[in-house]
Design a protein around this ligand. Structure first.
Ligand SMILES: *[C@@H]1O[C@H](CO)[C@@H](O)[C@H](O)[C@H]1NC(C)=O
Ligand SMILES: *[C@@H]1O[C@H](CO)[C@@H](O)[C@H](O)[C@H]1NC(C)=O
Ligand SMILES: *[C@@H]1O[C@H](CO)[C@@H](O)[C@H](O)[C@H]1NC(C)=O
Ligand SMILES: *[C@@H]1O[C@H](CO)[C@@H](O)[C@H](O)[C@H]1NC(C)=O
Length: 419
């Protein structure tokens, strides 16, 4: 018996083999050139012919409010480096923003150096969109944006006001304080950008907006609604809370009310106390935020620079007289507790409502040069000892504005419009 001629089959196999190779080559070339020339329309449309754009998926359906585009793929805005840029920095001059607080205006208070003003943040794999004041204000038309938290968040609030105010005529804008609120109004836009003082987010004995220095900080358990009732209906919220919790390894939590005659106060590990606050915040967000209309941001801890020995400097120094940043991009100071960062990650991981996390801690870490140090308004006059030793009264927590907090707002802007 003769076997059927095998040649045709062989040929056929060979043919498919070559066809396969050829197709693979085409596929490879298209994918590779698309990678090299991401914006080339012909390549993109050719690629689309072969692989049609996927049907709108869950991701598109769940598009975040205010988004006008998407972030570039593989883009982590918070991972990058600082780039010297005299052409585009600073974004405005100190003298151009009448809303700056006397705790922020370093140049006015005699800071002799200016280098800290010229650094731009450059993410590794993408560009930060240019801050557009007009887009920001148009988006806020008929809306409210609110920063809630401590003085660091207030600093960021003022920086945002400085970034937008220039395009508004003088008689159509104002800034005023009422109780826990500081409100910037853009009349022609019927828009407000607000700050609400609540350094723990929860009710505490440090809530008085004017007089909040207390010797022994106490936070009331499960009290988010005390302040939360004042945030209802806000369209864009930006929360922070951290530095006020840093009183030691434990924190005092009140079970009951501040009016109780006998107060039940428990000392709990700070991480647990902070976690309780985050759970409260999530509960408030779940009950009061409409994920189709509102956006929620949370800013991570702002690093401070109180111990120069941590970055290999003077054993008794701090941020005073620092004019250069720390070279090591992975430097992490002990003031920013990783255990708290972990609590934030764990709690926010549970949220059903999207919370946009502004993870500014690592990127701000090298910026020991950007604090207000001694160049700010003081509460009282200096005593002789202080005068002799400026390190003793340098503020290594807050930041000069303009400066690094404008960058945080550029990142907020990017995440708001291109999440
Ligand atoms: C102004 O904005 C508020 C929300 O902040 C809104 O309730 C009100 O209807 C707006 N007024 C006008 C005239 O658009
Ligand atoms: C707080 O007080 C409530 C009611 O007084 C009580 O049921 C609860 O066990 C207390 N919680 C703690 C942690 O002490
Ligand atoms: C500030 O730092 C410079 C070097 O960077 C040093 O020469 C100068 O003595 C320092 N000034 C004070 C007051 O510590
Ligand atoms: C924030 O970024 C740091 C490093 O840049 C990372 O270690 C940390 O896990 C991030 N935090 C969260 C909650 O994602």
């Amino acid at each position: 018996m003769e076997l059927p001629p095998s040649l045709p089959l062989f040929r056929k196999t060979r043919f498919y083999h070559y066809l396969f190779l050829l197709l693979s080559l085409v596929v490879f070339l298209i994918s590779y050139s698309a990678f090299l020339l991401p914006s080339s329309p012909s390549v993109t449309s050719l690629a689309n012919l072969i692989w049609p754009t996927p049907k709108p998926t869950k991701k598109n359906k769940d598009k975040l409010p205010f988004a006008i585009g998407e972030a570039e793929k593989e883009c982590d805005l918070f991972s990058g480096n600082w780039v010297w840029d005299e052409s585009s920095r600073p974004l405005y001059e100190e003298s151009e923003c009448p809303y700056l607080l006397p705790q922020q205006t370093c140049q006015e208070h005699g800071r002799p150096d200016k280098d800290y003003l010229y650094w731009r943040w450059q993410p590794h794999n993408c560009l930060i969109p240019r801050f557009d004041a007009s887009l920001m204000l148009e988006t806020l038309r008929g809306k409210r944006m609110m920063f809630v938290g401590d003085s660091l968040n207030r600093g960021q609030f003022i920086s945002l006001v400085c970034l937008v105010h220039k395009i508004i005529p003088n008689d159509a804008k104002s800034l005023h304080k009422v109780d826990s609120f500081t409100i910037f109004t853009a009349k022609n836009y019927n828009a407000t950008i607000e700050f609400y003082w609540a350094p723990f987010l929860l009710e505490s004995n440090a809530d008085s907006p004017g007089k909040h220095r207390v010797p022994d900080r106490i936070v009331r358990k499960d009290s988010i609604n005390t302040h939360g009732q004042n945030w209802k209906g806000v369209d864009i919220m930006v929360f922070n809370t951290y530095i006020w919790w840093m009183t030691g390894r434990t924190f005092k939590i009140l079970n009951g009310t501040f009016d109780d005659n006998i107060k039940h106060i428990a000392d709990v590990p700070t991480e647990d106390a902070y976690g309780m606050a985050m759970e409260n915040l999530l509960r408030w967000i779940k009950g009061n935020v409409d994920p189709k209309r509102n956006r929620v941001f949370f800013t991570s801890m702002s690093p401070s620079h109180a111990w120069s020995k941590e970055w290999g400097g003077d054993p008794n120094g701090n941020c005073y007289n620092e004019t250069k940043m720390i070279d090591d991009p992975n430097y992490w100071g002990s003031d920013s507790r990783k255990s708290i960062m972990q609590v934030i990650g764990e709690e926010f991981g549970k949220s059903k409502v999207p919370i946009t996390f502004l993870n500014i801690t690592q990127l701000s870490m090298p910026r020991k040069d950007a604090h207000t140090s001694i160049y700010k308004e003081r509460w009282g006059p200096l005593c002789q000892e202080e005068r002799a030793n400026p390190v003793s009264y340098a503020d290594c927590i807050h930041w000069c504005v303009p400066g690094i907090q404008d960058v945080w707002n550029e990142l907020l802007f990017a995440k708001l419009f291109y999440p």
